[in-house]
Design a protein around this ligand. Structure first.
Ligand code: 48F
Length: 261
């Protein structure tokens, strides 16, 4: 049977349009497709929640592809091994409490697992602002990343969500927007963003899960964004804290959603 370019085009437009309109209102909107955002999406979708993830880049995976300094192996400590196993990511023991996995396999498996659990991913979409009512975050303001990159003067569109997760890593893009609009009101020791501190892997890994919380009504932080907001140290290419943070934020939001339903 001959292939028709217009059918190919129509198929893409129809399907993408459906994906967009189906996700104008969700239980949860995640910003950033690094390890913490993908793991959060996996557990939320697996619990039957409607969840969409917006990623600025064309590629999914954030800082996990390149391991450390482009040596594409990641290190994960014992505590987070059940999450690797859940996604079928193979790992090897290096020494007691230090395990390694291939960074590419890790990203591919987290992505496939999250999508198959029901997460919808919008790549090449930048979140530039939030929707507020008046003192809680209730949605995201989105635009195509190429519009942002080209500096085009084009208005964005808006999506509504019960909860938003800032999983934008070191950028803390969404927390920054909220801090600018409502100074001094973040759930941190100063009410503002404290910024990421110097490398201290052991401390940072614990802090990442502790700092994973609702930082402003309706807005949660996960992964490196949690530490950078609360003034926690950086940890480099050890990823257990990122995975555990994604799992924690999903569990907390599932509990909140089930309380209100
Ligand atoms: O940085 P990233 O991988 O976040 P993470 O889940 O993991 C951090 C680790 O990779 C690593 C580390 C060691 O463990 O510290 O850095 O905290 O991924 C963040 C993603 O968010 C996207 C960005 O392109 C990246 O893929 N992002 C950032 N700002 C925006 C955004 C935005 N405004 N809109 C959409 N996506």
């Amino acid at each position: 049977m001959a292939l028709d370019e217009i059918v190919i085009t129509r198929a893409i437009i129809d399907r993408y349009y459906q994906k967009l309109t189906d996700n104008l209102e969700t239980d949860v909107a995640i910003v950033g497709a690094g390890p913490s955002g993908l793991v959060a999406g996996y557990y939320l979708a697996g619990a039957g929640k409607k969840v969409a993830l917006y990623e600025r880049k064309l590629t999914i995976g954030g800082g996990m592809w390149g391991g450390g300094m482009l040596f594409n192996e990641i290190v994960v400590q014992s505590e987070a091994l059940p999450i690797l196993e859940e996604f079928g990511i193979r790992y090897r023991q290096y020494q007691e409490n230090y395990y390694t996995a291939d960074g590419v396999e890790a990203v591919a498996s987290l992505t496939a697992g999250a999508l198959r659990a029901g997460l919808t991913v919008f790549n090449c979409v930048t979140v530039e602002d939030v929707m507020m009512r008046p003192e809680s975050v209730e949605g995201l303001v989105i635009n195509w990343s190429p519009v942002e990159m080209a500096g085009l003067h084009v208005d964005p569109l808006t999506v509504r969500a019960g909860f938003v997760i800032d999983a934008t890593g070191h950028d803390t893009d969404i927390v920054k927007v909220v801090e600018n609009k409502t100074p001094g009101k973040l759930n941190t020791s100063t009410g503002g963003i404290l910024g990421q501190k110097a490398m201290w892997a052991d401390r940072a890994e614990t802090d990442t899960t502790e700092n994973t919380k609702e930082i402003f009504p309706g807005l949660y932080v996960a992964g490196m964004a949690a530490n950078a907001s609360a003034g926690g140290p950086r940890m480099g290419p050890i990823f257990g804290g990122m995975l555990l943070s994604g799992q924690k934020v999903a569990r907390e939001i599932i509990r909140r959603l089930e309380q209100t339903s």
